[in-house]
Design a protein around this ligand. Sequence first.
Ligand code: AMP
Length: 114
Amino acid sequence: MEDCIFCKIASGEIPADVVYSDDQVTAFRDLNPQAPTHILVIPRCHIATLNDLQPSDEAVVGRMYGAARDIASAEGLAEAGYRTVMNCNEAGGQTVFHIHLHLLGGRMMHWPPG
Ligand code: AMP
């Protein structure tokens, strides 16, 4: 989608610190990390929010989680643990309207989140 920063990262138009990429998803380090490891896993196709997810998109969301699992393992986070979270719309804290799974690790996570 035109004017979507994450579409531009997925296409390579805007640089990012990419840690994983395949035909369905791309993952890159967050510019403003909230943990020692903070990676965003995004679908290559534009889906604005979780509310916009169609049944036909469910496979790509499964791929996002599979990629997050593999990246967590590659980053050495799997055994200690890590958090995955997807924010939706304003009250959920979403600021970029192309769905993304935050993968956070390398420190103790708190609950409930803020
Ligand atoms: P959210 O608030 O859930 O929409 O998360 C958006 C995330 O994208 C934030 O953690 C930002 O720091 C991150 N972000 C925004 N632009 C970029 C970028 N160009 N490269 C990497 N991370 C970004």
